[in-house]
Design a protein around this ligand. Sequence first.
Ligand SMILES: *Cc1c(COP(=O)(O)O)cnc(C)c1O
Length: 349
Amino acid sequence: MMMPPPAPLALMLDAEALKANWRWLSEQSGDADCGAAVKADGYGLGAAEVVHHLRAAGCRHFFVATWAEALSIHPHIGDAELSVLHGVREEDMPVALSLGARPVLNTPDQIARWREAGGGACDVMIDTGMNRLGLDPNTITRDLFAGLEVEVAMSHLACADEDHPLNMVQPMIFGQLARKVGAKRLSLANSAGILLGEGFRFQLTRPGLSVYGGVPRAEAAGHIRPVVRPRAQILQRRTIRGGESVGYGATWVANRQREAAILNIGYADGYLRGFSDKGIALADDGTRLPVIGRVSMDLLVVDVTDLPSLGEGDWLELAYDLAEASSLSGISQYELLTGLGSRFERHWI
Ligand SMILES: *Cc1c(COP(=O)(O)O)cnc(C)c1O
């Protein structure tokens, strides 16, 4: 079989920054243990490598969404704990019973299924106002959990990245309901929740976004380092004469003669259309180059008039500081990460 040539686009992934971010979040978690959410393939970075680096930093508790995700990272977790947030369906049971990861039980049916199968240790999710996944507080009685070995009872904050009245209500309700579960440990805070203060940390925290460089609240600014740097290769350099346009819809028109580089990256790679006429590319010397015209599926056009030496085969970085790129593009920091596609070569440095 023929080997594919090196890809014309790459993600540079900073393992030291990833570990430093987790260590900072772990410090901010105070006496609570700090885990890490590695669902959605480690927020798009590659879950196996993320787990490897975070274990080296000391992380001993990982969270995924599905049993397929659990199965694929299980060989990498060593002695760490693994919780599967979406619970356990009938069709998950063969994998769930053999893997040694814990389902996070979200409904009375899931609880009954796990108890009847003698599944062993499990976690429980309680809904405290988000009305997403988790047990409805009205269904919670001590009897519901009889005979279950609940390791962690958790709930999830709806508005931790804002200052919102729900932030005061949720930990209170959680504290009251959790007593009925008889869990060994309690867990409420995601990345933003950790920064809300001691009353949110309980015994285990579950950061995701900030491990990967996201800044969900001002308190994290200056402490969280960028982890992901997308790079793309120049496929062509061309001259655009005054009055000519660039790209679909001809949204950008040259007011005088300009030079453009055509990059091998587009919205199918997760560099989404919110960057059209707004994104910034960075040359190796730090020069900032504007994205011009609409982002295409596989291609991007950048104004390189200022850098006459750049040509076919050279590489440019796309500015991807998550907080900045999010406010520029209107795309959430979460989407900026989890959309990063499979055509990138991922390089851990
Ligand atoms: C994704 C997720 C997290 C991590 O949240 P971040 O905002 O990325 O820190 C924590 N807990 C649950 C239940 C989640 O679904």
